[in-house]
Design a protein around this ligand. Structure first.
Ligand code: GTP
Ligand code: MG
Ligand code: ZN
Length: 365
């Protein structure tokens, strides 16, 4: 099996030696990040706001920031001030490409809820599939969620899509925080695990958390952007402890998502439905695009693999080359878009925030 394209198991490095002998050193979990600080949760149950040691910033790095939510870190406390002096190697990380660097949305989770909505905003299969690839690359198990299922009467197309994901071995759920559909199954799946929820703004990532644990009351907001893209209510990746054990990492909505660190030759490895056909391609270097005698294309033509998933594959493969993909009606908006980096200071994955002013409110049937 081809394994290139996976991130190294190393991750970022902190100061060698961790500053032993100066202040007391403790290990903890980074549960939230702002531009200059991080909240670190310690095994004794306490949390502290910590500075980031300047030494963390010294090295040239492929990452936009030295610390990410979910990082296991060493914290030094001197004269009542705590600061992160070392980031321990990551088990995996969910990241996106931003301005040529990797922006880590969250590190060291067990699974990623790839959340879309049935309507308002519309379901975006390309974005969900990109997130699935990023989760696979991180070795985090994807769980596919199509929320707001109460908003559609004809579910056939969405159910078909869910069936494709189930066929790949993923848990794939239709949910509604309004009717409660799917919430019990989801709650059970989250128990005892660290789960990051990712997807576009306004699909209900925070609402799902509130449905799972109503005592949390995380902030949510109606979709009031007339283009249905939503306003960004959650602005940074934040860990919430779950009553039944485990954590739910609520992340900011994304308008676009470019998978970081992909080698086109290995992309098919991250498509569990296409990967089994790869070995039968005539050419070892087949990218399953224009090459003759491609077993992946044959499988799609014969209906053994989903055409829509194959479209997602081609979209990611062709990436910023911009070559059109036949029959792909998804807007060309899910590539690396530096214009999005307006201002916000990269506090752990936050996206641009649309203005909510003067827009209509969330329509309910
Ligand atoms: N009809 C319906 N509305 C929902 C459902 N889930 C959430 N909503 C509404 O959708 C809007 C957006 O929900 P949020 O939970 O804030 O969305 P989010 O994904 O966290 O958005 P960001 O934080 O901006 O990324 C809110 O008005 C919710 O009440 C659902 O299952 N059905
Ligand atoms: Mg939110
Ligand atoms: Zn091929």
């Amino acid at each position: 099996m081809r394994g290139r394209g996976r991130p190294g198991r190393e991750g970022p490095r902190g100061r060698k030696g961790g500053g032993a002998g100066r202040g007391a050193l403790r290990e903890g979990l980074t549960t939230a990040l702002s531009v200059r600080h991080a909240v670190v949760h310690f095994p004794d149950g306490s949390s502290e706001r910590c500075d980031l040691a300047p030494s963390l910033f010294r090295e040239e790095s492929e990452f936009t920031r030295p610390v990410a939510a979910g990082d296991r870190v060493r914290v030094e406390t001197e004269r009542g001030r705590s600061r992160i002096v070392e980031v321990l190697p990551r088990r995996g990380w969910l990241s996106r490409l931003r301005g040529g660097k990797e922006q880590v949305i969250v590190a060291n989770v067990d699974q990623v809820l790839v959340v879309g909505s049935a309507a308002w905003p519309r379901f975006r299969p390309r974005l969900s599939d990109r997130l699935i690839v990023a989760a696979e690359r991180a070795r985090f198990e994807p769980v596919v969620v199509i929320n707001k299922i109460d908003l559609v009467e004809d579910r056939a197309a969405l159910e078909e899509r869910l069936a494709v994901y189930r066929g790949m071995g993923y848990l794939a759920l239709a949910t509604s925080t309004t009717t409660g559909e799917g919430v019990d199954v989801l709650r059970e799946r989250l128990r005892g695990r660290i789960t990051a929820a990712a997807g576009p703004s306004g699909v209900g990532k925070s609402s799902l958390l509130n449905a799972i644990d109503p005592t949390l009351q995380v902030k949510t907001a109606p979709i009031s952007d007339r283009w249905g893209k939503g306003v960004h209510t959650t602005v940074k990746s934040t860990f919430h402890p779950l009553a039944g054990g485990g954590w739910y990492v609520d992340t900011p909505g994304m308008r676009s998502f470019a998978v970081a660190g992909l080698d086109p030759a290995d992309l098919a490895v991250f498509f569990r439905d296409l990967a089994p056909f790869v070995d039968a391609c005539r050419f070892n270097s087949c990218t399953h695009d224009h090459e003759p005698e491609c077993a992946v294309k044959t499988a799609v033509v014969q209906g053994k693999a989903s055409l829509d998933r194959y479209r997602s594959y081609l979209r990611i493969l062709r990436g910023d080359k911009g070559a059109p993909v036949d029959g792909d009606d998804e807007e060309d908006e899910d590539l690396d878009d530096e214009a999005e980096d307006s201002g916000a200071g990269d506090g752990g994955g936050e996206d641009d925030r649309a203005s909510p002013s003067g827009a209509p409110s969330d329509p309910r049937p």
